[in-house]
Design a binder for this molecule. Structure first.
Ligand code: 15L
Length: 272
């Protein structure tokens, strides 16, 4: 059987870097695309390193050729100017989806964010957590771009029969420590992130899905039911870091009441 070739955009970013070693597996080649330089292949590591932008149609066409699945992590991962957000996140995702469609890639996983629904109130989360398909309430231009990415993914699934899974990622970092107390709620451990992407890659005929990407944190406010329906099982809980975060100040005011935390009060359009 030929190798499965998985294209990852934004492969040198925070999540991409954490996933590279974790999504390695026999019979799989990771094709890693980023604007930034990337470490060369380690001995025995089945990777193809590509340099280029998700906004460039020719780059994306070449990157998608022969790929079986695509994990689109590329784009600005924080607040930025409207123009940059529109160009890289929204137009860039359109370029990525067009290239995937033209290349016949049937399985696409798109990175969305909790900031697509950042102004949803934590108090409304309910017992089982905020449903994964809660309609957008973005907290920033960045959040608006993630809502647009979700809509683009839905469009390509409905129009072209592609399997498109959009993941509203909480906070995927090595540990929740740099995030402060909010990280105890939003953390997606890197290992759980890999489990989630594996579920997204292998679920039979999912069609369009919108799911949360978080660990099963004691303080979780997001529903895991939709991700679990795809085969995801979280093994991690940020609570093991609670003692180390005790006494650190959390967000206050609206930032403490809403899902997006500090993004809810960050200046709009200001790179941070
Ligand atoms: C995101 O969407 C960002 O990409 C990431 O850098 C974190 O800030 C995360 O949200 C978060 O909410 O912690």
């Amino acid at each position: 059987m030929p190798d499965q070739r998985v294209l990852i955009t934004g492969a040198a970013g925070v999540v991409g870097t954490l996933m590279r070693p974790r999504l390695r597996k026999p019979g799989r080649v990771l094709r890693l695309l980023d604007l930034a330089g990337q470490p060369a292949a380690e001995p025995g590591e089945a990777v193809e390193i590509l340099t280029g932008s998700v906004t460039d149609a020719a780059t994306m066409a070449a990157a998608c050729e022969g790929a079986d699945a695509l994990i689109h992590l590329g784009g600005h991962s924080r607040e930025n100017s409207w123009e940059a957000t529109l160009d890289v996140n929204i137009n860039g995702t359109h370029t990525v989806l067009e290239a995937a469609r033209e290349a016949g890639i049937k399985r696409v996983i798109l990175a969305s964010s909790n900031h697509a629904v950042g102004f949803r109130r934590i108090a409304d989360a309910g017992e089982s957590g905020l449903p994964a398909d809660s309609s957008p309430r973005p907290d920033t231009y960045y959040g608006v771009s993630k809502a647009a990415i979700e809509a683009l993914g839905s469009l390509y699934a409905s129009r072209f029969g592609m399997d498109v899974i959009v993941v509203r990622i909480g906070s995927c970092f090595e540990t929740p420590l740099p995030l402060g107390p909010r990280g105890l709620v939003t953390w997606l451990s890197p290992d759980d992130g890999a489990r989630l992407f594996e579920a997204c890659l292998s679920a039979p005929s999912p069609g369009y899905r919108l799911i949360w990407g978080v660990s099963d944190n004691t303080r979780r406010i997001y529903s895991l039911a939709e991700a679990e329906a795809l085969g995801y099982t979280s093994h991690d809980d940020a609570e093991v870091f609670a003692e180390q975060l005790a006494g650190q100040p959390g967000p206050s005011g609206i930032a403490a009441e809403c899902v997006g935390g500090p993004f809810c009060t960050a200046p709009l359009g200001a790179f941070n």
